[in-house]
Ligand binder design. Structure first.
Ligand SMILES: *Cc1c(COP(=O)(O)O)cnc(C)c1O
Length: 425
């Protein structure tokens, strides 16, 4: 680090010398693990570049449509680009998905019918899906449960898929139509599933029941490996454009990719039966969606490097972290266990203080829509709530775990984490 950089940091953020020592040691320790991520980044950049070239994308794809948006060439071609990236028959990428939950919800609601059962085999799914499924306790909101779709869950065993239970449930309950798997940790304390691990469990399931739809919540997982869940047998994946795959540029939206018949059913839920993905004007955002995808392999790895660094420096500072800096990752999330409400809040406030936007505001825990505990979110982002930008959030519950993710640039992630650590040392 340049002497002037160090001086500027000291001056701007009153970094204590002890914090700086940890910072430097962590930076030194993580160097060795970055090489593998650079190789994945390079491959994925090629993958995206090739997909854009094969679809012959040009300036004319960035034009706007209005009204019904029939034959919006930018929209329809981006679907094809995503299908190439995910190696699937079909994809639907839309600014009309208001967030990742909406995309996941459409995939589930579009493909499940009364009397069907969905089974989640990675334990409790992400908080915002509880309302969609109907396990939040809220009534009369039009959840899957209210439409007569049943829900079952197989918990993880020591952080791994419980194969015996999965087999048992698949053999005994013929109403199971869809298996839901969450790649990322969400607000859990476990490792994200490597795509190779997903491939193994998918094969295991398909050998027992060929007919079930394998659906993977791919949020935070895109471009962290050279393959995606759809390369190893997933029938359907979904995610958010204000996470990895939007590259920090997409202003909003979500995607679903997979087998054509399942993507189509999901599209009928995004709009209405019979219309599906054929309508929907695009508000002039297509250029950003394309450019975001192009940048995504790079940006996702900047975020991973931020997470790796955070893991090491927080571990050096004496906190329990998951994953460790040198463990193989399958998402961009870094969990830090504080066992202390105040430290957790101060850490998040520190991330906020280090943000380019709204650095001067104090974030506080609040009752966010879709979540059942209070949540604190540090997100001083260019795009509201964008968690491919440096952000930290945490449900306020014991044992007070913060989830850090993002950083459009590794340099920013480093500085943000430094300030946050300094806040609690
Ligand atoms: C972010 C996320 C979602 C969707 O959340 P939104 O805030 O609605 O985009 C779903 N599942 C997981 C695992 C996530 O990380």
């Amino acid at each position: 680090m340049l002497k002037v950089t160090e001086e500027l940091m000291m001056k701007n953020y009153k970094i204590k010398s002890g914090t700086f020592e940890l910072y430097k040691q962590a930076l030194n320790d993580v160097k060795e693990v970055f090489e593998a991520y650079d190789e994945i980044r390079e491959f994925n950049q090629m993958k995206v570049l090739t997909a854009l070239q094969e679809e012959r994308i040009s300036e004319s794809h960035f034009t706007n449509s209005s009204g019904y948006g029939y034959d919006d060439i930018g929209r329809d071609s981006l679907d094809k680009v995503y299908a190439r990236v995910f190696n699937t028959e079909s994809a639907i990428v839309r600014p009309h998905f208001v967030n990742g939950t909406h995309a996941l919800g459409c995939a589930l609601m579009g493909n499940l019918r009364t009397g069907d059962t969905m089974v989640c085999i990675s334990g409790t799914p992400y908080d915002t899906l509880h309302n969609v499924i109907g396990i939040s306790g809220k009534e009369n909101i039009g959840s899957l449960k209210e439409y007569g779709v049943h829900y079952k869950q197989v918990d993880l065993k020591d952080g791994k898929f419980d194969l015996d239970k999965i087999k048992e449930i698949l053999l005994e309950d013929k109403s199971i139509k869809l298996v839901h798997i969450q790649r990322s940790t969400g607000y859990g304390w476990r490792n994200s599933f490597l795509v190779s691990e997903l491939g193994e469990v998918i094969k295991f399931i398909k050998d027992i029941r060929e007919d079930v739809i394998i659906f993977v919540d791919n949020c935070y997982g895109e471009f962290i490996d050279t393959i995606e869940p759809t390369d190893v047998g997933a029938d359907l994946v979904a995610g958010s454009l204000i996470k990895n795959i939007g590259g920090g540029i997409s202003p909003t939206g979500g995607y679903i990719a997979g087998k054509a018949k399942y993507v189509e059913q999901a599209a009928y839920r995004l709009t209405v039966p019979g219309i599906g993905g054929e309508c929907g004007s695009t508000f002039g955002v297509m250029r950003q969606l394309y450019q975001g995808l192009f940048l995504a392999p790079h940006v996702a790895m900047e975020a991973v490097k931020g997470a790796v660094f955070c893991s090491r420096v927080m571990e050096l500072a004496g906190f329990e972290v998951l994953p460790k800096y040198n463990e193989k990752r399958s998402d961009i999330i870094q969990a830090i266990k504080f066992n202390d409400k105040e430290k957790l809040i101060q850490f998040c406030k520190g991330i906020q203080k280090g943000s380019p936007i709204d650095s001067f505001v104090e974030c506080e825990p609040w009752a966010m829509p879709g979540y059942n505990d209070e949540v604190i979110m540090a997100a001083g982002a260019f795009i509201q709530g964008s968690s491919i930008e440096l952000s930290a959030d945490a449900p306020i519950r014991d044992p007070y775990i913060a989830y850090l993710q993002g950083g459009l640039t590794f340099d920013h992630a480093k500085i943000g984490v430094l300030i946050a650590l300094n806040n609690i040392i």
